[in-house]
Design a protein around this ligand. Structure first.
Ligand code: PEP
Ligand code: MG
Length: 563
């Protein structure tokens, strides 16, 4: 059995088919006619853009996110990138060489950053480079659009363009040698619902072609030696997975309520107005977390008040009066925005991030708060403040909001008068003073992704301490219970927008603690509604009591998984 990262859940059983690309070979001779060579490059770029726009449309049509490919087009349409290539040709390079030199320069720059998202851009540029060179050389792409039935694709790295071409019906699974859970390929395979295991070391060498293999996208396991018993076990698991998905579909359009009639709010997390479609398709009852920092990424300057207003308004309007919780800029930590010129920090997760940055850059923060306030006239918008550690932070934000309201009144600009301002509970300090914060917040939302790391003092990106990073650890469970209890005591709603809100093993505890709102990835909405409907809150209390009496994470995990 080989092990990688489970990136898209489900079981794929089929014949391994390796995708080894034809090598790109060209003679780097200086063009006799540079003007004609530049034209050849322009033609190739145009073909690239047309091809990718068509692919993006096909992706949109099948519910996947075509924007990644439109991002490729935008990158190549960037006058800087193209003019660099043309300068290369003027300097004596053939078009293929000019493409290679410029793309390699971008790849090196992107790969050298500490920021995961920026590093992912290197894969995008590598994808652009290969495709442009193939177009220039007239090399036909491997035909992924017509594959034999039950194919398990084995590739070095799955690029977004490959994912689009895929003959979806015939791809049973995907195995790659590179790529993490947040890579574009992972996101796309999840949206296409293809089981995928990424980062399997030496997969191309270790998995024989045409051999039957099994991909378990939940556990990240790939089985290459299959006996009858293993096959039967996974066929059974596959059936259960399909049955579960069909069962969850029955919860579409239904209210979110436990078996004994306790109603809960079930919201979705988004990063841009483009996610609205997925949210509406997911049947979520609101947006529990709009991560606005994504609006600030992939550009050279901060979005203007008008641009932000349009983005927030689009979501407010699109959700038709359902609640939309907009989190203010959560920059820093692993989210770098180059043009903000933040200093390099030895310990960025403990550093100058989120509300700390915003309160030191108040003029910029005001632009965002004003844009949110203006958008609040178009729907049920709320403001959420990330990484709060002190009472004065939330008080200062509230004062700023009140001052901006006066400004808007003076200008006769509409906004939601009673807009709610909530605190994201994701630091140990916030947990310990939850009672004090509850007096100044209209609501809480628990960010378990950060809270777990900070409580356990374990960086989630560091594999060596990964064993400590678990929401099931007694310390984290107590923190969550404490925060919810403080909110309940003060009579303010408490939600959760970290990944733990979608963990079916965590749900009995969250129900027992009295969590009001669950905000999850759109793809998890129906599974969470289905799981909540099977829970009885009295039984959940017993489960919670038992789990909290346990001393170790291992005991808690084993107990909750056994239910
Ligand atoms: C969290 O920390 O749980 C959270 C939802 O925020 P982010 O993942 O954006 O830090
Ligand atoms: Mg967070």
């Amino acid at each position: 059995m080989l092990k990688g990262i489970g990136a898209s859940a489900g079981i794929g059983i089929g014949k391994a088919r390796k995708l080894i690309e034809k090598p790109i070979v060209y003679a780097a001779v200086a063009p006799a006619d540079p003007a004609a060579e530049k034209q050849r490059l322009d033609d190739a770029v145009q073909k690239f853009c047309e091809r990718n726009e068509a692919r993006a449309k096909r992706m949109d049509a099948c519910g996947a996110d075509g924007e990644i490919l439109r991002g490729h087009i935008a990158m190549l349409s960037d006058p800087y990138m193209l003019s660099q290539m043309q300068e290369g040709i003027e300097g004596g390079a053939c078009a293929e060489k000019a493409v290679e030199t410029v793309c390699d320069m971008f790849i090196a720059a992107f790969s050298a950053t500490d920021d995961e998202l920026t590093r992912q851009r290197a894969t995008d540029v590598s994808d652009i480079k290969k495709e442009l060179q193939r177009i220039l050389l007239g090399i036909e792409d491997v035909d992924l659009s017509s594959l034999p039935p039950q194919t398990v694709l084995i590739v070095e790295e799955l690029t977004p363009s490959m994912t689009v071409e895929l003959d979806r019906e015939n791809v049973a699974g995907i195995v790659t040698e590179r790529g993490g859970r947040t890579s574009h390929a992972a996101i796309l395979s999840r949206s296409l619902k293809i089981p995928a295991v990424l980062s399997v070391e030496n997969a191309l060498a270790l998995i024989p072609s045409e051999k039957e293999i099994i991909v378990d996208g939940s556990t990240g396991e790939v089985y290459t030696d299959i006996d009858d018993a293993t096959r039967a076990r996974f066929i059974e698991a596959q059936k259960r997975f399909a049955e579960q998905a069909a069962l969850e579909e029955q919860f579409r359009g239904k209210p979110t309520v436990t078996k004994n009639g306790v109603s809960k709010k079930l919201y979705a997390n988004i990063g841009s107005p483009k996610d609205l479609e997925a949210v509406l398709a997911s049947d979520a009852e609101g947006v529990g977390l709009f991560r606005t920092e994504f609006l600030f990424m992939d550009r050279d300057t901060a979005p203007t008040e008008e641009e932000q207003f349009e983005a927030y308004k689009a979501v407010a309007v699109g959700m038709h009066g359902k609640e939309v919780i907009i989190r203010t800029l959560d920059v820093g930590g692993d989210k770098n925005i180059p043009y903000l010129h933040m200093k390099r920090e030895d310990n960025p997760f403990m550093g100058f991030r989120a509300v700390r940055y915003c309160l030191q850059n108040r003029e910029d923060y005001k632009i965002q708060l004003r844009a949110i306030l203006r958008a609040s006239a178009y729907g049920n918008v709320a403001i959420m403040v990330p990484l709060v550690t002190r009472v004065d932070e939330i008080c200062t934000v509230r004062t700023m909001v009140e001052e901006l309201k006066d400004e808007l009144d003076a200008q006769n600009i509409l906004y939601k008068k009673d807009i709610q301002v909530g605190v994201m509970m994701e630091t140990p300090a916030a947990c310990l003073i939850a009672d004090l914060l509850a007096a100044h917040a209209d609501f809480f939302s628990i960010g378990t992704n950060d809270l777990t790391g900070y409580i356990m003092a374990a960086d989630r990106g560091n594999a060596d301490v990964g064993y400590l990073y678990s929401t099931f650890d007694p310390a984290v469970l107590r923190a969550i219970r404490h925060i919810i209890a403080a909110a309940n005591k003060r009579g303010i709603p408490c939600g959760m927008c970290g990944e733990a809100a979608a963990d079916v093993h965590m749900l009995p505890l969250l129900v027992s603690f009295g969590l009001d709102e669950f905000s999850v990835n759109p793809t998890s909405v129906l599974s969470v509604r289905s799981a909540l409907s099977a829970l009885d809150s009295t039984a959940c209390d017993e489960i919670a009591q038992k789990a909290l009496s346990m001393e170790t994470e291992a005991e808690v995990s084993a107990y909750l998984s056994s239910l």
